[in-house]
Design a protein around this ligand. Structure first.
Ligand SMILES: [Mn+2]
Length: 292
């Protein structure tokens, strides 16, 4: 039986790297496993692949008979089409809001660590297996990226796995810095691609929210120089998704601060008493609570 490891479409490094490394883990266990990725991965993924000449995942597939393992994702809407929920036999994720019950044949490991990559690394460690240099770099990069180099959300388990993986991968000491600079390059069309690529559309109390997210070094400069362009893209996002509320969360990776740019008065009004929440998922949770 073939096994597909995958994650949500247009993945970040945690999704991509976890799928790649877990396929390697399964192959070491004698399984016929391959990572398949849908859409366009985030810039940081492409940067890591190019800079370190890492192997690419396979592209999308219409194989609806193989077993599927879902990483860094745990809701049916995250499952790339045309894969079926019943194909999924295992889920490894680190988010609180999940929907594992929608997968009738899956076992799941959901633990609130900083990255799914940490959970995958721990699988290697527990099985006394050492990941290849390439997989170690995928997982290390994913932990660094997801925890914003240990300035965001993380646990001791993430720290422990990161130092183990850094040794194996022989990653440069300034990998985080290099990666953050690379993903901050939103020149030309990249800005639009980033806004559309990392868009969360969610319905809360019957209202559609379209929430973009930009995590870069240099938020102030970006807002100063390209504000109008960003507003135009937000208008386009609103039209495409027919969203009632539209805003973008800008997180500065150097200053460890965040700002929200709202498309209209109504959205500004809704967010006016938002406390200092840096992460999109926390902002969403706050809105869910507020509109209850
Ligand atoms: Mn993740």
């Amino acid at each position: 039986m073939k096994t597909i490891t995958t994650t949500y479409k247009n993945p970040d490094l945690d999704g991509y790297g976890s799928a790649m490394a877990y396929a390697e883990f399964l192959r070491a266990k004698g399984k016929d496993a391959t990572a398949h990725i849908w859409g366009t991965p985030h810039l940081e993924v492409q940067w890591l692949l190019d800079t370190f000449k890492l192997p690419n995942a396979k592209g999308q597939t219409d194989d609806i008979t193989s077993e599927v393992i879902l990483l860094d994702a745990s809701s049916p809407e995250d499952l790339p089409k045309p894969l079926q929920a019943k194909q999924v036999i295992e889920i490894i994720d680190h988010r609180k809001v999940n929907d594992v019950n929608a997968f009738p044949n899956a076992t799941s490991q959901i633990e609130l660590v900083g990255a799914s990559a940490t959970l995958v690394a721990e699988r290697f460690k527990k099985a006394n297996l050492e990941p290849s240099k390439e997989s170690a770099l995928f997982l290390y990069g994913a932990i660094i990226s997801n925890t914003e180099n240990f300035t965001g959300i993380f646990t001791d388990r993430d720290k422990e796995m990161a130092s183990w993986l850094k040794q194996i991968s022989n990653a440069p000491d300034d990998l985080a810095q290099q990666m953050f600079i690379a993903k901050s390059d939103l020149s030309g069309n990249r800005l639009r691609e980033m806004l559309f690529g990392d868009l969360k559309v969610i319905v809360i109390q019957g209202k559609t929210f379209a929430i973009g997210q930009i995590e870069i070094i240099g938020v102030d400069e970006l807002l100063k120089n390209r504000r109008e362009e960003i507003t135009d893209i937000m208008r386009e996002i609103q039209k495409t998704n027919n969203s009632d509320f539209t805003f973008v969360n800008f997180k500065d990776l150097e200053k460890v601060s965040s700002k929200n740019l709202c498309l209209d008065e109504k959205t500004t009004e809704l967010l006016k008493d938002l406390p200092d929440l840096k992460f999109r998922k926390h902002i969403i949770a706050w809105i869910q609570e507020k509109l209850k």
